[in-house]
Design a protein around this ligand. Structure first.
Ligand SMILES: NC(=O)c1ccc[n+]([C@@H]2O[C@H](COP(=O)([O-])OP(=O)(O)OC[C@H]3O[C@@H](n4cnc5c(N)ncnc54)[C@H](O)[C@@H]3O)[C@@H](O)[C@H]2O)c1
Length: 352
């Protein structure tokens, strides 16, 4: 049995979802976008109906699930309406623009008994999955460094006068308008999800952020986080260095987890080149002194994530991925901002 899906939002990220849906054997019955021009090619490829009004999809009883891949500012309204209509929801990250809205979405899903996923696909990178499997071999975790360093050009030298980072007087930059913020929500959210995946919920953190004068999106967010599995050093950074990173392509995202029994290092490849570039895992075992490299063929974590979501939706089950994930990340983002603004450590509140 294949799951019948409507895709809401057919911009840049949607191609990864369409690829995953195709490989999962899902039936894409509807595509929706405010712009017919961006949606039409997908409607034709999948022999799907087009609409500019997502409520048409929610009214269709044949549709079991929706993919919400619109700009982040409308995730809340669409997710709440979809849950109310009884649909399973796969929402792009970030789940909402703030923690309260994300909480409202997960609580609505809980009340309705709906399946809800926030599509943080990095858990589905084979190197990340293998690292999670090897975590017990590290024994007690004593230190974690995690960072998302992304090459955004030199935004540190001068305020951009044009382009997606330019904030015109009285208006917001494209980056803030589409994604709700700068490097913290764009790159940082993904590795906050990995902090939750590997180490659990932080209970206390101290953060600092940097947004240059004249810009409306942050270029740096750092945080020290206390978890039940030791302290995490976190950094999301938009930098101008074009040839750094393990593939020397400017993408420099890595996780290093140290335990008393060894070390795990994950070097991820650029999110939008996952079909061509694979991530790498290095496992050092302190008992033998051996470091093992796990190299994988390039495989899209989006495909793997969407396949997992569709399989569970077909079976009517949430499966192993918590519906709270998107809310947990948005809650951490809120606490990082609060700590940075107040220049002080904060206890992380987890209402649910
Ligand atoms: N997982 C990742 O690594 C990753 C990477 C990039 C973007 N994203 C997320 O994906 C989402 C979309 O980003 P994007 O880069 O594709 O943006 P985009 O602007 O390219 O596409 C968004 C589309 O949503 C459409 N839209 C907006 N409001 C709508 C509405 N009410 N009904 C129907 N369509 C509507 C727009 O017309 C646009 O075509 C964002 O939430 C972003 O944070 C995730």
């Amino acid at each position: 049995m294949s799951v019948t899906v409507g895709v809401i939002g057919c911009g840049g990220i949607s191609r990864f979802h369409f690829s995953g849906l195709k490989k999962a054997g899902a039936k894409v019955a509807w595509v929706c976008d405010l712009s017919e021009a961006v949606a039409r090619p997908w409607a034709e490829q999948f022999a799907a109906k087009y609409t500019a009004d997502y409520r048409d999809i929610l009214a269709d009883k044949q549709v079991a699930a929706v993919v919400v891949a619109t700009v982040s500012s409308v995730h809340k309204a669409i997710c709440l309406a979809a849950i109310e209509a009884g649909k399973a929801v796969i929402c792009e990250k970030t789940l909402a623009e703030n923690a309260d809205d994300a909480l409202a979405i997960v609580q609505a899903a809980q009340r309705k008994g709906s399946i809800l996923y926030t599509s943080y696909m990095k858990r589905f990178i084979p190197a990340v999955e293998k690292a999670k499997e090897l975590m017990p071999s590290l024994g007690r975790i004593i230190s974690t460094h995690i960072r998302a360093h992304q090459c955004w050009g030199n935004l540190w030298a001068a305020t951009p006068a044009k382009g997606i980072f330019h904030a015109p007087p009285g208006a917001v930059s494209v980056v803030r308008g589409k994604y709700g913020g700068g490097i913290l929500v764009c790159g940082g959210s993904h590795i906050l999800d990995l902090v939750l995946f590997f180490l659990g919920r932080p209970r206390r953190l101290f953060a600092s952020m940097h947004t240059p004068a004249g810009m409306d999106c942050d270029l740096q967010a750092t945080a020290l986080m206390e978890t039940d599995n030791g302290t995490v050093c976190f950094e999301a950074l938009a930098h101008p260095l074009t040839r750094v990173g393990f593939l020397r392509d400017g993408w420099d995202e890595r996780v290093e987890i140290n335990g008393v029994g060894g070390r795990l290092e994950v070097f991820s490849s650029a999110w939008d080149q996952v079909d061509a570039k694979a991530s790498l895992l290095v496992h050092y075992d302190n008992a033998t002194g051996v470091a093992t490299e796990y190299r994988y063929s390039p495989v899209s974590p989006f495909d793997r994530a969407v396949g997992f979501f569709c399989k569970n939706i077909e079976q009517g089950s949430q499966g192993a991925q918590s519906p709270l994930g998107g809310y947990e990340v948005d809650n951490l983002i809120a606490h990082i901002k609060r700590s940075a603004e107040g220049h002080q450590a904060v206890e992380v509140q987890w209402p649910i």
